[in-house]
Design a protein around this ligand. Structure first.
Ligand code: HEC
Ligand code: HEC
Length: 264
């Protein structure tokens, strides 16, 4: 896996250089440079209404090039992005894993920094470094029962039977699957981020990916039902109450009947 090779050879993160680099970039690109991603509306940007390609190039230069290189060739701080493919870039940006402020052991899920238009522009720009790599999958509803079996065989060993996630080796975790969208689930399957294996179409067909995304989304809603949703718990409670009222009623009736017998 690309990330593994990179991980074993890269040098330690040097904060000093990044601060200098960040400052230099801000100066070069104007005040909106590093602040821009936090505010998805390009209103205050010094370069409004530019074509998607130029926008992608600019965003990349400001937010990614310091680690991944101007041409995506990689550096000591980040792996090469040449040929990773649209699905990888979209997955990393839409799950809020990238950009990271500095090297961290396992970039995790968070609020996405960029709008969907900006993500699309960055996906295009990274694509211009070199072709290949998986496309962003198109997902459709699939079979829950088939998905359940595929999940048990291929995903549960790492993510757990209920999708709650689990620790792996070296402090890495397989994260919980409750927040991922259908497209993100399909992207993870095709891309194999971090320690996750890649499942190409020879291993899982597009139809099977649909089954899996449908089932993983179901795991998410079951999790909601188990945890936070009080309506999910009213059913059994109400039933229990009805049971008690019926039992009490019988007891009262029995006591009256016994009382009457005793009084006779
Ligand atoms: C501080 C350095 C840093 C910055 C800034 C950064 N990245 Fe990364 N990026 C990394 C590292 C380190 C990894 C490897 C993470 C891992 O091992 O899981 C990575 C991984 C990735 C991957 C996955 C590569 C693969 O092999 O599938 C993509 C795609 C990516 N980054 C895109 C971006 C984009 C786009 C930006 C800018 C919006 C960005 N990154 C900003 C350091 C950085
Ligand atoms: C060897 C363990 C392993 C297996 C098997 C595995 N994964 Fe993963 N998965 C991971 C790890 C580790 C990550 C985190 C990667 C990262 O953050 O860079 C991950 C991330 C994900 C994510 C992203 C979650 C999020 O909220 O951002 C999804 C979705 C996912 N996996 C789905 C699956 C599905 C579906 C399968 C089965 C087809 C599967 N995984 C099989 C280890 C595994």
């Amino acid at each position: 896996m690309g990330a593994g090779t990179y991980r074993s050879t890269r040098r330690r993160w040097q904060p000093g250089r990044a601060v200098v680099l960040g400052a230099a970039l801000s100066l070069a690109a104007g005040p909106a440079a590093l602040a821009a991603p936090a505010d998805p509306t390009p209103a205050g940007s010094p370069t409004p209404n530019r074509a998607g390609g130029a926008r992608g190039e600019e965003l990349f230069r400001q937010n990614c090039a310091s680690c991944h290189g101007q041409q995506g060739q990689g550096s000591q701080r980040g792996p090469s992005l040449v040929g990773v493919g649209p699905a990888s870039v979209d997955f990393q940006l839409s799950t809020g894993r990238m950009p990271i402020p500095h090297e961290i052991p396992q970039p995790g899920r968070g609020e996405p920094v960029f709008s969907s238009d900006e993500i699309a522009a960055l996906v295009d720009h990274v694509g211009s470094f070199g072709g290949g790599g998986p496309q962003i999958p198109r997902v459709a509803p699939g079979s829950l029962t088939a998905g359940r079996e595929l999940y048990a065989a291929n995903c549960a060993p790492c993510h757990g039977a209920t999708g709650s996630g689990a620790p792996l080796t070296n402090g890495w975790i397989a994260p919980p699957l409750y927040e991922a969208t259908s497209v993100q689930v399909a992207e993870a399957i095709r891309v194999g981020p971090g320690l996750m294996p890649v499942f190409p179409s020879q291993v899982l067909t597009d139809e099977q990916v649909n089954d899996l995304t449908t089932y993983v989304r179901r795991l998410g809603s079951e999790h909601l039902d188990r945890g936070g949703n009080p309506l999910g718990r009213l059913g059994p409670l109400a039933e229990g109450l009805v049971g008690w009222i019926v039992t009490l009623g019988l007891l009262v009736a029995a006591a009256r009947w016994l009382g009457r017998r005793a009084g006779e």
